[in-house]
Ligand binder design. Structure first.
Ligand code: FAD
Ligand code: SIN
Length: 520
């Protein structure tokens, strides 16, 4: 089957949905999601979205906090642009119906998180992402110009390569003509021809064993863009969130938002001793890379499985009111956070790099935009400041919408695109090959490419990933496409890029910490 649309949006998180809503008055939109619309990283966001709202906060403070967290690698022009445009994007979210908590005086109730010098995180209790998704998905579902395909899995972007013309990375003439997608219900591959395509496929946490990300986060967008010969950058900067609930066997790991520390929660070792002041004068509210590494060091030195996040000194009613879902979750495993400290461990959380874009979300492939976690815009540098990612998603989706609306009239659908060819392939005979390789990959990434790295661990990782790559590509070549196989193939590609970039970076910086290059 072939579809034609003006705008193809791959991904239904904050980036994809906010883009779709803005371009839908200028053309037909197809929005695809590999499971259901709401199952996204965005849905699970707890802490909130950063924006300067009131004095004593100001734009310069938000800029400086972002630059400081980014450890010298942020693009300052982009940082200033995003911080400046934040309040307008918050207004947009409110217009779409998202609610943020307010104080009795009507002003927003602002959280504070690690690395922020002020309270500037707008939030809805401790489930901000779900509230934003509720508002956006209701608008998207009701817009007459937006057609939603759920259970639709993007396999590959269509470029000149599919017309038999060779394409090379860095060739400025590469164009995107749409995507091949697998209709998971019919099991048929469909062709979606588009004038403009937005990749908004989110994160990659599922390449690690312990992650806060839902299972959709397998790095598909980065892998697709890389295969189409786009530039991908900064993937060595994988962020580990310091505090996920220690609850062995639960996957994904349940996040304990950094806002709990902003509210006064204190990290302690199991014997009740505070330890963060040994590592940073900001203590439990140091930036995420520092806190995650400090916890990792304490766990290794002490041979323990978790540290504690102590909130027992805080007002119990206020704590429950502010963090009702976290309180309920902890109770479900027998911990009342108002009277007992919460056991926590770091977990893979956010990919700081991704598909390289300019200030309008345009990638190095013409008519292909990227926004949200899949993109590398220059905002985060070597380490993302907490709650800057929802902000990045909404700012760049807006900019990509404006830029592409300006171009859409001049773009034509490409003729002569062949159908997906799977002649000679058959259903993979043994699923165990796929599940086992997925587990192997997660184990390699966790053991050798985690919070602390060494050259020897990275070398071992690349050697093992190469074996998985070869085996999986052989299996892919002889198999009809399936979601699990494609996700594995994509995850291997992203893992390969992370290790490749990590090996190229001969220093320790931000989230990339290599013991062979101690920081001076
Ligand atoms: P997502 O919201 O992840 O959406 C990705 C979409 O792409 C999904 O619809 C998925 O189905 C689709 N997709 C993926 N691959 C394919 C494919 N092959 N075919 C079709 N569709 C595909 N950030 C903050 O700023 N503040 C927070 O408080 C915060 N808390 C967080 C808490 C948790 C537990 C997690 C996991 C992340 C948190 N983050 C937070 C990070 C933030 O939520 C994400 O970076 C952001 O929501 C990403 O949005 P997105 O639109 O780029 O992607
Ligand atoms: C959190 O709430 O701690 C997560 C915030 C983020 O990832 O930006």
């Amino acid at each position: 089957m072939e579809h034609k649309t003006d705008f193809l949006v791959i991904g239904s998180g904050l980036a994809g949905m906010s883009f779709a809503l803005q371009v839908a008055d200028h053309g037909k939109v197809i929005l695809i999601s590999k499971t259901v619309l709401e199952e996204t990283n965005t849905w699970y966001a707890q802490g909130g979205i950063a924006s300067v709202m009131y004095a004593p906060d100001n734009m310069e403070k938000h800029v400086q906090d972002t630059l400081f967290a980014g450890d010298g690698l942020c693009d300052e022009k982009i940082v200033r642009m995003v911080v400046k445009e934040a309040p307008e994007q918050i207004e947009n979210l409110i217009e779409w119906g998202a609610n943020f908590d307010r104080n009795t005086d009507g002003k927003f109730n602002l959280n504070r998180e690690g690395g922020h010098s002020e309270h500037r995180i707008l939030h809805h209790k401790d489930n901000t992402g779900a509230e934003i998704m509720r508002a956006l998905s209701s608008n998207v579902r009701n817009h007459p110009n937006i057609t939603i395909f759920e259970k639709s899995f993007a396999l590959d972007l269509i470029t000149q390569h599919h017309l038999g013309r060779p394409v090379f990375r860095g060739n400025p003439g590469i164009e995107c003509f749409g995507a091949y997608t697998l209709n998971i219900e019919t099991n048929k591959v469909e062709t979606i021809l588009s004038k403009v395509t937005l990749l908004a496929t989110g994160g990659s946490g599922y390449i690690y064993q312990t992650t806060t990300n839902p299972p959709i986060a397998t790095g598909d967008g980065i892998a697709m863009a890389y295969r189409a010969k786009a530039y991908v950058a900064n993937t060595e900067f994988f962020q580990f969130h310091p505090t996920s609930l220690y609850n062995p066997g639960e996957r994904p790991s349940y996040l304990i938002t950094e806002a709990v520390r902003g509210f006064g929660g204190i990290l302690k070792t199991q014997d009740g001793v505070e330890f963060m002041n040994k590592y940073d004068p900001r203590g439990s509210l140091a930036s995420r890379d520092i806190v995650a590494r400090a916890i990792d060091t304490e766990l290794k030195n002490r041979g323990e499985d978790y540290v504690l996040l102590d909130c027992t000194h805080l007002n119990a009613e206020e704590l429950k009111d502010h963090f009702p879902n976290i309180h309920k979750k902890c109770l479900s495993i027998g911990i009342d956070m108002t009277t007992r400290p919460i056991p926590v461990v770091p977990a893979a959380h956010y990919l700081g790099g991704g598909i390289y874009t300019d200030e309008n979300g345009q990638t190095t492939i013409r008519n292909l935009y990227a926004a949200g976690e899949v993109a590398c815009t220059g905002l985060h540098g070597a380490n993302r400041l907490a709650s800057n990612s929802l902000l990045e998603a909404v700012v760049f989706a807006h900019r990509a919408a404006i830029d592409s609306i300006g171009k859409i009239q001049e773009i034509k659908w490409q003729q002569g695109i062949p159908k997906w060819d799977d002649t000679g392939t058959r259903i993979p005979e043994e699923m165990v090959l796929i599940t086992q390789s997925t587990r192997e990959l997660q184990s390699i990434m966790t053991n050798y490419v985690g919070i602390v790295r060494t050259n020897a661990r990275l070398k071992r990782a690349i050697d093992r990933i190469y074996i998985l790559y070869r085996e999986t590509d052989e299996l892919y070549a002889r198999s009809t496409v399936s979601v699990k196989l494609c996700e594995l193939r994509n995850a291997i590609k992203v893992a390969y890029l992370i290790v490749k970039h990590a090996r190229q970076r001969k220093e320790s910086r931000g989230l990339h910490y290599n013991l062979d290059y101690p920081r001076k």
